[in-house]
Design a protein around this ligand. Structure first.
Ligand SMILES: [Zn+2]
Length: 249
């Protein structure tokens, strides 16, 4: 069996029988990888509780070439991100980040820019003053990397420019802005205020660290969340389970 070594982030997993666990990693060199960690749930295990959600580490795994489930050999922690698991709000936000990545990619497709975005995103979600705004920036950048950044400057139907002080509508199915004139013929439009459009335009060109310094009115924050969830639902095929959880808090 070929052995691989790569930096990786734990983005999911579930328990198997006999104290084993299947762990889903997002790896720097091979994209999404699923691997069995034998004995991971025993008290004395060579993994020592390292395989927890959000943890970034150096993964060594055996590839089973004809199978999609590989085998974890070792996982050395680089960043535990335990603070993300101990704060309920941050845990939900980080869960949305890893769930969106897990849903948005196929297995075994290397995508180093996405790995970097996820690693940076989890760092900032742990330490940010405004983790909710950081997550919004993360989700916009994720849409961009997946090739689905909403068009935010011209109407996607007639290409008419939408000036900064104009509100408009957004259509996830059409891929972005819809002007007043095209609105009646577009089925799934969401109204987008001037403030929401301004936020989305600014955020799509800003680093996550800059996002943490932006102050956003609660009303705008809610509207942006609704817009991002609608676009993600369209791109990923379903809504994020962790966002349902957030709505119930
Ligand atoms: Zn139009």
């Amino acid at each position: 069996m070929p052995v691989h070594s790569t930096e990786a982030i734990v983005i999911g997993g579930h328990d198997l029988a006999e104290a084993d666990r299947i762990v889903v990693f997002y790896t720097q060199l091979s994209g999404k990888v699923r691997a069995a960690a034998e004995g991971a749930r025993r008290i004395r295990t060579r993994f020592g509780g390292s395989l927890q959600l959000f943890t970034r580490g150096r993964l060594v795994y055996f590839e089973r070439p004809t199978k999609t489930l590989h085998r974890v050999n070792e996982f050395g922690v680089i960043r535990s991100h335990h603070a993300l698991r101990e704060d309920l709000d941050r845990m939900v936000l980080a869960s949305m980040a890893v769930e969106a990545v897990a849903l948005g990619v196929e297995e075994a497709e290397a995508f180093p820019d996405l790995y970097r975005l996820l690693a940076d995103g989890l760092e900032l979600l742990e330490e940010a003053a405004h983790p909710g705004v950081v997550l919004q920036g993360f989700l916009l950048h994720l849409l961009r990397l997946l090739g689905y950044l909403p068009e935010l400057h011209v109407c996607v139907r007639c290409r008419k420019e939408i000036p900064p002080h104009h509100g408009a509508s957004l259509s996830p199915a059409a891929g972005g802005l819809i002007c007043e004139g095209c609105r009646a013929n577009t089925p799934d439009v969401i109204p987008a205020s001037t403030a929401v459009l301004g936020f989305l335009r600014g955020a799509s060109g800003s680093t996550l660290r800059v996002m943490d310094r932006i102050s956003v009115l609660p009303q705008v924050f809610q509207e942006v969340t609704g817009v991002l969830q609608a676009f993600l639902r369209h791109v990923l095929g379903r809504s994020l389970r962790s966002s349902d959880f957030l709505a119930r808090l």
